[in-house]
Design a protein. Structure first.
Length: 342
């Protein structure tokens, strides 16, 4: 009699065993390990600066270290069996070297101070870098220290000079837009012999702001809106794209010339002060012209960058948020942060 599909006959008399039972049993250690890691990380304090001590530095033999231990055991048994004095000498010499290497390896991290500098904002789907400063207060250098985002395996190696400090950068990809906590970091060393692995786990308290990814090929900036209460507000009509700029005319003041545009496109362009007086540029979420919230935010992000490059005043309207028209780096960052947290 054949077993039903999806079931396999078991050796016991308790009935058939589900075919997926073996795979769930295999996956269980992975789930337990993930739960243990989450529990362990939740017990770590949040701090942008950490000093490594015996309480937060861990040590275990590496694979070469385990192989060395097995080799020393074989040498010791052979020396006892054959009464080899040179075998005893070699065995204890290697064992003593391993013990000294263990203390040196642990001391390489112990006493080191690590500080995370404030991470710079980034765009969605882009890789950013976390800059970490390592400070060494002892009189000897610390060699072969590696730092990485926990679980990625992409290490950055460095040496820290005696009574000095050094900075290194670690790659980090936050993912979608918003405000994200900096992931847990880990530092390790296997100096000097590689027979022991010494490591620590660190949870920074900083967060990183992720802007929406700007649209690759956005349309031109939207038309300007008549200024409320202006002299021409009643009669002014939008005749097309609002850019607040025009071709250079002989006699234009130097302060109206867009020198950045000249350096990039090799053409003279001036700000249109008359149009700026009659109209004001508003980047409106409801007028982005795309279905879906994320697509609209991406277009608005591209428009904010384009308006900032032109040097014109622009405002931003989002659901529940309105930023008045302005220009400059501070206004650009405020608009991008509002798009990220919308």
């Amino acid at each position: 009699m054949s077993a039903a599909p999806g079931w396999s006959a078991g050796p016991s008399s308790e009935g058939p065993i589900p075919a997926g039972a073996g795979s769930s049993t295999v996956a269980r250690p992975g789930r337990l390990r993930a739960r243990f890691q989450r529990w362990f990380q939740s017990r770590l304090p949040l701090s942008d600066t950490i000093t490594l001590t015996q309480r937060n530095v861990y040590i275990l033999p590496s694979r070469p270290g385990l192989m060395l231990g097995a080799t020393l055991l074989v040498l010791l048994v052979a020396s006892i069996n054959y009464q080899l004095n040179l075998g005893y000498l070699l065995t204890f010499l290697l064992a003593g070297s391993a013990v000294v290497a263990m203390h040196v390896c642990h001391g390489t991290l112990r006493g080191l101070r690590m500080h995370l500098l404030m991470p710079e904002p980034t765009y969605a789907r882009a890789t950013t870098t976390l800059e970490i400063q390592l400070t060494n207060e002892r009189r000897t250098a610390r060699r072969s220290i590696a730092v990485s985002v926990l679980g990625t395996g992409h290490w950055t190696w460095t040496d820290v000079p005696a009574q000095g400090n050094t900075r290194l950068q670690v790659a980090f990809q936050p993912g979608q837009r918003g405000r994200h906590p900096v992931p847990a970091l880990t530092a390790e060393t296997r100096y000097p012999l590689g027979t022991f692995r010494v490591w620590t786990v660190w949870r920074p308290a900083a967060t990183v702001v992720v802007y929406p990814a700007p649209e690759a090929r956005p349309p031109a900036l939207p038309p300007g809106e008549p200024r409320a209460g202006g002299a021409h507000a009643a009669s002014a009509q939008s005749t097309g794209e609002f850019d607040g700029v025009r071709a250079y005319r002989r006699g234009d003041p130097r302060k109206l010339v867009l020198w950045k545009k000249l350096a990039k496109a090799d053409e003279l362009i001036s700000r249109d002060s008359q149009q700026a007086q009659r109209h004001e540029l508003w980047l409106d979420f409801d007028q982005a012209g795309l279905p879906g919230k994320e697509a609209r935010l991406s277009r608005l992000c591209a428009w904010v960058l384009a308006a900032d490059r032109l040097g014109v005043d622009y405002g931003l309207r989002l659901p529940g948020v309105q930023l008045k028209p302005a220009s400059g780096a501070a206004h650009r960052l405020a608009c991008l942060e509002a798009l990220a947290l919308c």
